[in-house]
Design a protein around this ligand. Sequence first.
Ligand code: LLP
Length: 386
Amino acid sequence: MKGTFPVNKFRELETPFYYYDVNVLRETLSCIHKEAGKYNNFCVHYAVKANANHKVLTIIRESGLGADCVSGGEIRAAIKAGFPTNKIVYAGVGKTDWEINLGLDYDIFCFNVESVPELEIINELAAAKGKTARVAFRINPNVGAHTHANITTGLAENKFGISMEDMDKVIDMAETLPHVKFVGLHFHIGSQILDMGDFVALCNRVNELQEKLYARQIIVEHINVGGGLGIDYSHPNRQAIPNFAEYFATYHKHLKLRPQQTLHFELGRAVVGQCGSLISKVIYIKQGANKQFAILDAGMTDLIRPALYQAYHKIENITSEEPVETYDVVGPICESSDVFGKAIDLNKAHRGDLFALRSAGAYGEIMASAYNCRALPQGYTSEELV
Ligand code: LLP
């Protein structure tokens, strides 16, 4: 089964470009609100890093989600799209002074602090402004996730967060710093996680740490478990909406929240992944020695995930119904890794056909580069193309 696309409109546009199906995005958002809304202390933020396209961000903001940012640029993009500053959380191992100052000036909800030196600098910069910064500590829970090695973050070997052993020390230190207020704990174990058992493992670890704190009569206001829920790259049509019911129910069942505590989530891929496709034109069909290549005008500069993570994106020829043939689908970039898929069965392709690379709404457009002096791809929503 192929996706449905306004192919005639596509013909008028310069390729390659990203196409965002607003209906899929809105349905996804309403499912998130419905499922998270079953639990009165759940609070969902959108991880801006997945896609910061202004039109996409605006739709997400309108739905009422908060924003999870990892840079000053993302904080600006979120504010430009209208996210309330008191719903912005800010993580990142290397926050610079101007970025911290930006967060302080906007009185963002919380800095997710990843080291002692960072805590000291936030205290110092807040003091200079006569402010108090709300901080949560990002704890590295040393919990693995069944996903690609490049996108696990919660192992002791990763650069992220403060080790569990140092947690007490850092909390004590925060008590001595007058311009920071310790309000929560933050975790994130990785991305594209489909095994709920990984999230259960995180819940168990958070419960252990909460017990430890409780013994010291410390109850934090906020627990933030990050993002990570995966999408079905193989079936973008059949499984367009991730299983949010199961995801939120898993946390409800396994994470022991104390009364008054709020549980925060930072979902990126699961929000925007399935609404986006990269649309590209076939430049040439080239016969190789023992295979044929479909050479596209999109390359790894437009969608780097296959080259970087060996990621699978379903490819469809959306302008042909001819009998299926087998192709290696490649881009025009001067790199051998500029391959979108090998031995892919597609409706017979000709020069000028349009291909859709599906499930590209997350970490697609935002990771595009100008390598080979190429222009960055545009992004259009279905609402613009009617
Ligand atoms: N919170 C934190 C602290 C994160 O580091 C991330 C993602 C998220 C939330 C959102 O995770 P999500 O819900 O999207 O899984 N470029 C890679 C993914 C990198 C994810 C980085 N951190 C990819 O294309 O697969």
